[in-house]
Design a protein around this ligand. Structure first.
Ligand code: 4NP
Length: 161
């Protein structure tokens, strides 16, 4: 069997944005018939919420769009992740900076999800933590627009040997 392409989505807390990115990515892969080609995970640059389920705002916006992310549990990004994942996909430039501090990363493995959002004039997915429903819906829309382009990029650039 062809080895999976391994991707980890990264935000600050791993309770708002990256759990949504993980769920949306899996949903797009299912629809594209590509689920078996990928391993998908998420993590935070902090361990503030380690062990917690996603934020209720993220669970709710996902549920409204027909996907369940409530089983996910937050964890902190570890050196091993930075060494081993084929792609580390940051939600904003601050997250990307933290990933770079691990030090061992080839730059083509570090991506900003918003760079795949057509027409966006920023590289950052806004942090919806502590805000209302609209913020979570905006994150959903951004990630849902970007995801097919990100998946195509990862397919083309493939797996590390
Ligand atoms: P996330 O959002 O990085 O998208 O999971 C946040 C979650 C928690 C905090 C900040 C952002 N916090 O300060 O606890």
């Amino acid at each position: 069997m062809k080895p999976a392409i391994r991707v980890v989505f990264v935000c600050l807390g791993n309770i708002c944005r990256s759990p949504l990115a993980e769920g949306i990515c899996l949903e797009h892969l299912d629809r594209m018939g590509l689920r078996a080609e990928f391993e998908v995970d998420s993590a935070g640059t902090s361990r503030w919420h380690a062990g917690e389920p996603p934020d209720p705002g993220s669970i709710e916006v996902a549920r409204r769009h027909g996907i369940d992310i409530s089983h996910q549990r937050a964890r902190a990004l570890e050196q091993e992740d930075v060494d081993q994942f084929d792609f580390l996909v940051a939600m904003d430039r601050s997250n990307a900076g933290k990933i770079e501090q691990f030090g061992t990363l080839e730059l083509q493995r570090l991506l900003l999800v918003r760079s795949f959002d057509p027409g966006s004039d920023t590289f950052d997915v806004p942090d919806p933590y502590g805000g209302g429903t609209d913020g979570f819906q905006e994150v959903w829309d951004i990630l849902d627009r970007a995801m097919p382009h990100l998946i195509t990029h990862m397919l083309h650039h493939g797996r590390r040997l």
